[in-house]
Design a protein around this ligand. Sequence first.
Ligand SMILES: O=C(O)CCC(=O)C(=O)O
Length: 203
Amino acid sequence: MNDLFSQPEGDEFYTKIQDGLIHFQQGFLPREKADYMFQTLRDNIKWKQESMNMYGKQVMFPRLTAWYGDTDRPYSFSGITLQPHPWTPELNNLQEQLDSLCSIHFNSLLLNFYRNEKDSIGWHQDAEKELGVNPIIASISLGGTRRFQLRRKDDHTNKMHFDLGHGSLLIMAGALQHHWQHAINKSTVPCGERINLTFRTIK
Ligand SMILES: O=C(O)CCC(=O)C(=O)O
């Protein structure tokens, strides 16, 4: 798929970075809707602390996760395969909003729950082959603000970051996943619970 195939109309939607496209919008969800979504997802999502095998040892993920979406689309990452739970009405509503914004069908959603500033996700790129060549990944954040870091794969000193606030939207597109890694590092500054939703399309 051409990396601009699903780009919404209008030159201004994405910011071009070196080898990738980014759209960032603080306050994408109005405050009331973001508050409602945070509480509903916190209380009703089937959160689980997964573990992965690292050098022969089972290591717990430093956050809770859940996988929702079209139920015929299992997803594998970090050595585990997740079967999705069916969309809830709230998630389906958000999915439809993002489908129409990005002119694409997001059929899968990975949710991350960061219980406090010590929860994290390490440096990685979303490059599983099920996501296709140049995936569009739409990420909504709810709750405590955390710093989302990006760094070039070929030069770790070449970095940028976005502080993802309550209700913000970050979309990564183009060839970004080939050339950049991203992470939410642990912080020493106390921060509240945070939920992140990354909408994806499994081919
Ligand atoms: O929590 C975030 O903002 C990032 C999540 C992430 O990188 C992922 O799910 O692949």
